[in-house]
Design a protein around this ligand. Structure first.
Ligand SMILES: Nc1nc2c(ncn2[C@@H]2O[C@H](COP(=O)(O)OP(=O)(O)OP(=O)(O)O)[C@@H](O)[C@H]2O)c(=O)[nH]1
Ligand SMILES: [Mg+2]
Length: 358
């Protein structure tokens, strides 16, 4: 899973990235925009994997992980140029955490006057729409040119019609993630990796002392249809440098129940609609990530394409049931070890054994 931290300049992206990854990337106030993203991979904290590992005592325990990619402040500074190398990099990520500056800083307000968090988010979205529109219009021009040269297949005509609809949507100021697409249309658009099609979480980055009073701003953003969360970025960065007991005390003071890594894990899974399933055994206990609503074959394919190709059935039980009954042996005896076919929809916390034949 990979997630982009993006937003207008100096919104605190790198500060949050450091807090998340334990890194120490530069957050120099007057530094010009970086040219490369900071990249950090973070293990997804999951008690269930830890418990399963205690139970099965495998040689290897593998947690899921999330790659965070912290981009320099884009748009405004670099124009919405779709040829910008960073753009294609950003587009390859699965979801965007858009960091909004809600901490007061007179110098930054003067250098980068970005307005209140909701304005920042809308401005950012507008830039995404514009970048998508440029890509769409370019493609349409190419198609037109092809028509003139006699290239007019059914597939291209289908694409043209779809892109016209996309254009209309964008020109009306509507992000593409709200468009109702059938699977065929979805497939036709996938290659474009449109910005405004990505799932977005708005992250309100405020000063420590304002952490409890950002509710109204959060509500305004949610009213516009976005998921929104609040974070005190610099405070979190400082926390990440403390040992965990000390950090816990400060978190309690602030009324924060979970570490930034745990919270971000929920944010990212929710934003992307992902769930976890597990494989267990003597060799390895491992967490896997799939889209909620995926069937057993898709889950098998996550593990290895052979498992999907030769899928026969999944033997399965859920983590919670395992914990209730204590051991796999108990589950077998009580008939709770289920056999599931291809169409079975995998649930969060399922433990799967794939039977296959290739
Ligand atoms: N007061 C306060 N300052 C912050 C907070 N987060 C970031 N800053 C300051 O804002 C400035 C920019 O922070 P960065 O984390 O580098 O921001 P950025 O979004 O990565 O900046 P660019 O990558 O250049 O767009 C630094 O001087 C930070 O110390 C915060 O939560 N509170
Ligand atoms: Mg930065």
């Amino acid at each position: 899973m990979n997630i982009a931290l993006i937003g207008l300049p100096k919104s605190g992206k790198t500060t949050i990235f450091n807090a998340l990854t334990g890194g120490s990337a530069s957050t120099e106030k007057y530094a010009p925009p970086a040219t490369e993203p900071n990249i950090g991979v973070v293990q997804v904290p999951d008690q269930r994997v830890t418990r399963l590992s205690e139970l099965y005592k495998p040689k290897k325990t593998i947690y899921a992980n999330i790659e965070y990619r912290d981009y320099p402040g884009i748009f405004h500074t670099q124009e919405s140029n779709p040829d910008n190398a960073l753009f294609s990099d950003i587009k390859a990520t699965e979801g965007f955490v858009v960091v909004l500056r809600a901490f007061a800083d007179e110098e930054l307000d003067e250098l980068y006057p970005v307005g209140d968090p909701l304005r920042q988010l809308l401005a950012f979205e507008e830039e995404m729409l514009l970048a998508d529109l440029i890509v769409t219009e370019r493609r349409l021009e190419k198609i037109e040119l092809g028509y003139k040269r006699g290239v007019k297949t059914a597939a291209i005509m289908f694409e043209e019609k779809l892109l016209r609809a996309v254009c209309e949507e964008l020109q009306a100021g509507k992000p593409l993630r709200g468009m109702n697409l059938n699977p065929e249309e979805e497939k036709a658009l996938r290659g474009f990796r449109f910005f405004s099609q990505k799932p977005v979480l708005a992250l309100i980055n405020c000063a420590e002392e304002d952490h409890g009073s950002m509710g109204e701003i959060q509500r305004q953003i949610e009213e516009k249809g976005y998921a929104a969360e609040i974070i005190a970025g610099r405070f979190e960065e400082e926390l990440s440098k403390l040992d965990s007991e000390e950090a816990l005390l400060f978190m309690e003071d602030m009324g924060i129940g979970e570490s930034i890594r745990e919270r971000f894990t929920h944010y990212c899974y929710n934003m992307l609609g992902y769930i976890s399933f597990f494989t267990v055994g003597e060799d390895e206990v491992r967490a896997w990530t799939i889209e909620n609503g995926s069937n057993a074959v898709t889950a098998a394919g996550k593990i290895h394409s052979d498992l999907a190709r030769g899928f026969i059935r999944a033997e399965c039980f859920n983590y919670d049931v395992l914990m209730q009954h204590g051991s796999e042996k108990q589950l077998r005896e009580k008939g709770l070890f289920r056999l599931e076919g291809k169409e079975y929809i995998v649930k969060d916390g399922d433990i799967l054994f794939i039977r296959f034949n290739v």
